[in-house]
Design a protein around this ligand. Structure first.
Ligand code: GAP
Length: 513
């Protein structure tokens, strides 16, 4: 088993043991690709959502929010193209009976060549030190060139066959590249078939074509169909955005990799309505703005990169992903799409209602263009968890597991720990919590040794531990321990609020944007 698989397994174990994420319906052996968030998980998830929501709606006076229903009129999904085109190409291995997304098999295959290139470059960097010229090395090193040529060849063919919806061509490419099933190790593949990802259900008690409705596969359509309601009621002028967070559902074929790919998940989406012709400018602006939002968190910068889409979705004229280095490698975390006027025009056509904006500056009325930013909340949760997880060797030879979660996102901000369970220390600790709990999520803990309690807080990512000892009763001071440096400092209880706020306040993060 590779180290990467090990790391994902370790994270899954940690997330369960410390109350972040549980398998759904676990006592019934679980339901695949569905997860529940535990006591610390729900806090972290709420904090990520709040960071996104406030970055969108508080920092931009031209972005407002909505909360639309999960169920929508079935024609919405006809108009959006999801009924006809929201498909994944799937392929089965006849020996292992495992099912794969054909495009993912090809992407993983290319990623192997990309890994080879990265390794060659790292080796050369070490060898040549400061004299190393990466551009020249990429252009001249035969191994790197060979791998790059392979990637370009596969990418070119893949784009062509996917765009032409040539399923036999997709299969042939997999066969030609000698891609094998990771489980059986054979290349005994079925044909490639299209599989629609929407979950359907019946409205009311009568089943039949007319009453079939879908669980929304994206939150975006709830924004599009409310475009005029929002524009008129909130008196918005172009350019303006509508933000929404909420559940989405997809019948994913390959639903492995923990909360990375789920069948029920949450999205945070923002549609930015603009004048036609300005879309590429806004597309670039939102690319930068969204990357800045990620970078402000302080997780390692080398964990992020942009990836331009090979095959554009049916609605886009430019699209890229922000990829994050998950334990399984670099994968999509967020999508930024220039969706043109596709969705609004489709809804005009299917509903028979005008969805136009009257531009008072030019005295014309038109269907706006849209740039979308769309991020999975659960995927962001996994990014934070995996970016924050560290097994650290300490100077005294011991080891600790610490979650270096960005402090404003941490589930618990402060743990207050009486040194012993008597002599009035618990009461003093609770009095401190009473002064802090309206501003911060606090936790009281008096079980086990102080060392064990520190470890428990490190493992859930609590930025500060405050220890109350006998002196605290007379000098009104406590010891405050920083999660990351493990430095301890004696401070006045009256100063705690301002010391802690400096680091854990969400405003600190938002100010960086
Ligand atoms: N409205 C555009 C849209 O839905 P997408 O790229 O299909 O675009 C956007 O999805 C984001 O939603 C992805 O970048 C990912 O973070 C998240 N996402 C998509 N499918 C997911 C799944 N099955 N499980 C968890 N997150 C998912």
């Amino acid at each position: 088993m590779s180290n990467q698989e090990d790391l994902l397994k370790t994270l899954i174990g940690h997330a369960k043991e410390y109350g972040f994420v549980f398998q759904s319906s676990e006592i019934y052996d679980g339901l695949s690709a569905t997860y529940d968030y535990g006591p610390y998980g729900v806090e972290l998830k709420n904090n990520i959502r709040r960071y996104w929501w406030e970055a969108m709606t508080k920092l931009n006076e031209n972005i407002v929010g909505i909360d639309s229903a999960i169920f929508m009129h079935p024609t919405v999904w006809k108009a959006s193209g999801h009924v006809d085109a929201f498909n994944d190409p799937l392929i089965d291995n006849k020996d292992s009976k495992k099912r794969y997304r054909a495009d993912v098999l090809l992407e993983d295959h290319m990623a192997k060549y990309a890994d080879k290139i990265t390794k060659e470059i790292e080796k050369a960097k070490k060898k040549f030190g400061d004299d190393f010229d990466e551009t020249q090395f990429r252009a001249t090193n035969p191994n790197v060139k060979r791998s790059q040529d392979r990637i370009d060849a596969v990418e070119g063919r893949m784009k062509a066959v996917l765009e032409a919806n040539d399923l036999e061509g997709v299969r042939q490419l997999i066969v030609d590249e000698e891609i094998k099933c990771p489980v059986s190790g054979t290349a005994n593949w079925t044909e490639v078939r299209q599989f629609n990802l929407m979950f359907a259900t019946e409205l009311g008690s009568v089943s039949g074509e007319s009453s079939t409705i879908y669980l929304r596969p994206e939150t975006a359509q709830g924004i599009f169909v409310n475009f005029l309601n929002v524009q008129k009621s909130a008196r918005m002028k172009l350019p303006f955005g509508i933000a929404q967070t909420g559940k989405a559902f997809r019948n994913e074929i390959v639903a492995r990799q923990f909360i990375f790919r789920m069948r029920e998940f949450e999205q945070m989406e923002m549609q930015f309505f603009i004048k036609p012709g300005t879309e590429l400018e806004w597309y670039n602006t939102w690319k930068e703005k969204r990357m800045a939002w990620h970078r402000a968190l302080g997780l390692p910068l080398e964990n992020y990169r942009f990836h331009d889409h090979i095959k554009l979705a049916h609605y886009a004229n430019a699209a890229c992903d922000i990829e994050f280095k998950f334990p399984m490698g670099f994968k999509e975390l967020e999508g930024i799409h220039s969706r043109t006027d596709f969705d609004l025009k489709q809804h005009e056509e299917f509903s028979g209602k005008k969805l136009r904006y009257f531009d008072t500056e030019t005295n014309e009325s038109y269907v706006p263009y849209v740039v979308e930013t769309s991020i999975g909340l659960d995927r962001m949760f996994l990014a934070v968890l995996s970016g924050a997880y560290e097994e650290e060797k300490l100077e005294n030879g011991e080891e600790r597991v610490v979650l270096r979660i960005p402090a404003p996102l941490a589930p618990v901000k402060i743990a207050v720990l009486p040194l012993i369970k008597k002599d009035g220390l618990p009461e003093k600790a609770r009095a401190i919590i009473d002064t802090l709990k309206l501003s911060h999520n606090c936790q009281y803990d008096d079980k086990d040794s102080i060392g064990k309690r520190y470890r428990r807080q490190d493992a859930i990512g609590t930025p500060y531990c405050i220890t109350v000892d006998h002196d605290s009763l007379t000098d009104d001071k406590v010891t405050i321990r920083d999660r990351d440096t493990m430095q301890q400092e004696r401070v006045a209880i009256s100063e705690l609020g301002s010391i802690v706020s400096g680091k854990v306040d969400m405003r600190g993060l938002l100010r960086k944007l």
